[in-house]
Design a protein around this ligand. Structure first.
Ligand SMILES: Nc1ncnc2c1ncn2[C@@H]1O[C@H](COP(=O)(O)OP(=O)(O)OP(=O)(O)O)[C@@H](O)[C@H]1O
Ligand SMILES: [Mg+2]
Length: 457
């Protein structure tokens, strides 16, 4: 059974149940009111008659007269002697000599009863007539219940018709409304099915066009589309990543293989081939190291060991290493250096600064300058690494922290060129220290990397 059918059935059953309870209450109430009216009419007639009833000297009933006919036209009246003899009847009864309610004759107390007399449904009040504790007869007053029965019958059929119509309408209404409300679910299922069958993550659920985004299903569709978008981008980035990795792996391997073939042919290892093999093996080791680190970072397995770190000491250390790295190619300057402590992973922070510094040294042409500085600004430590290199083109700037991204100019491969992993690793480390890494660059002017870290109070 579909959700739509199930809900429609549920609503209709619920509606039917409510109508049944409501109808039964109305029916019982109307019944009680109508019977009460008849009963009180009978009581009035009985009171009127007993007021004019007299006994003679022998203590026998002497009914002088019955109340006027216009008052009793709805009522049938019989007066019975204790011996079961009919003493008097109202003209409305005609020639009937049977008791209106045989059961009420000897009851000894006033009693209302329904009775059937020759097929007619009657309500009868039987009242014993007493004279000083002695029963001297029974008065029976009856009224036809045909009007009450007809009213009850009509009420019942009207209510049955209303109930059937209402249940039908609620069934149709809920079927239509549910159809409209659930149709996005169908299109969700359809889209998911298409995605599964066609392996196409670019599909989206067409919901916004309906302009009804405010209900839960709208929210579901929006989140589902967002999930699809994320999945698609993850999927494409994974595909790109695989392609990049294989490409980066293939080049050094080709060089190594070429050199090994050459050595085999020459039957001796020349220094050039060996150093080329060595270089490429070094590149491979660096690549695998970087990949391993990113993989660990992304799977959450790379944990940072946070301890108080004296950033100024760390920066001096990097500065010394940079001077060695830069050799005579560039001038490395240490501008200002404040004493700052941060809570961080010393080795990782050093790796970040070295990554940025080695980029600066690598991409700045000979004779350029690289400036390092560390300042304490409010609650934060600010590290700046600035160079006077070629700068990064504006269209590359938003991507340089992506894995394997290299700006256009540095894409032409040389043995010294990197893999485009350094900045994404640096970005990950800084972010996981609760800090920020920013870049500013003007083509032809130079590049400035700024790292912000919260200081240890
Ligand atoms: N100081 C800089 N000046 C100019 N371009 C830079 C600078 N720093 C980074 N870039 C550009 O950003 C790109 C990405 O840098 P990243 O450090 O991530 O990779 P890489 O240096 O190419 O390789 P890796 O660091 O993995 O060996 C570089 O290829 C380069 O184009
Ligand atoms: Mg680099």
């Amino acid at each position: 059974m579909t959700l739509r059918q199930r809900f429609t059935l549920l609503y209709s059953t619920f509606m039917g149940g409510i109508l049944l309870i409501f109808g039964a209450s109305v029916y019982i109430l109307v019944n009680v009111i109508l019977l009460n009216q008849v009963d009180s009419m009978l009581a009035v007639v009985v009171r009127d008659i007993t007021q004019v009833t007299k006994v003679n000297a022998l203590g026998e009933l002497n009914l002088i007269s019955l109340p006027p006919l216009d008052m009793t036209s709805n009522a049938y009246i019989q007066v019975w002697a204790p011996d079961g003899k009919l003493i008097a009847t109202s003209p409305s009864i005609g020639t009937l000599t049977k008791s209106l309610d045989p059961a009420g004759l000897n009851a000894g107390l006033a009693i209302y009863e329904d009775s059937y007399l020759d097929g007619a449904h009657l309500r009868v009040l039987s009242v014993p007539l007493m004279l000083r504790e002695r029963v001297i007869g029974t008065l029976q007053v009856g009224a036809s219940l045909s009007v009450v029965d007809a009213t009850r019958g009509n009420l019942l059929s009207i209510m049955a018709v209303i109930a059937v119509v209402a249940v039908l309408m609620s069934a149709i209404g809920s079927w239509v409304i549910l159809g409209r409300a659930l149709s996005p679910l169908e299109s969700i299922a359809e889209t998911v099915d298409q995605i599964n069958r066609a392996d196409d993550l670019s599909r989206r659920i067409p919901y916004q066009e309906r302009g009804n985004k405010e209900d839960e299903i709208g929210d579901l569709v929006v989140s589902f589309n967002q999930t699809l978008e994320r999945l698609e981008s993850l999927f494409t980035s994974q595909q790109r990543f695989l392609a990049d990795v294989s490409h980066e792996l293939r080049t050094p391997l080709t060089v190594i293989k070429g050199n090994v073939d050459l050595i085999r042919r020459m039957k001796q290892a020349d220094e050039e081939s060996l150093s080329s093999i060595d270089q490429e093996a070094g590149r491979l080791t660096r690549l695998v190291g970087g990949l391993l680190m990113l993989a660990q970072a992304e799977s959450g397995k790379l944990t940072l060991v946070l301890k108080p770190v004296e950033l100024d000491l760390l920066l001096t250390e990097v500065f010394t290493e940079m001077r060695i790295l830069a050799g005579s190619k560039l001038h490395v300057h240490l501008n200002e250096i404040d004493q700052v402590m941060v809570n961080g992973d010393r080795d990782r922070l050093k790796q970040v600064i070295l990554n940025l510094a080695s980029n600066a040294i690598q991409y700045t042409p000979a004779g350029g300058d690289v400036y390092l500085s560390l300042a304490k600004i409010g609650e934060q430590a600010r590290i700046i690494i600035r160079d006077t290199g070629p700068g990064i083109p504006a269209e590359d700037l938003p991507h340089i922290f992506d894995r394997f991204y290299r700006a256009e100019k540095s894409r032409t491969r040389s043995t010294t060129s990197g893999f485009g992993l350094g900045l994404s690793i640096a970005h990950w480390i800084v972010e996981h220290h609760g800090g920020q890494i920013k870049v500013e660059s003007k083509e032809g002017k130079g590049t400035t990397f700024v790292i912000w870290l919260g200081i240890l109070q």
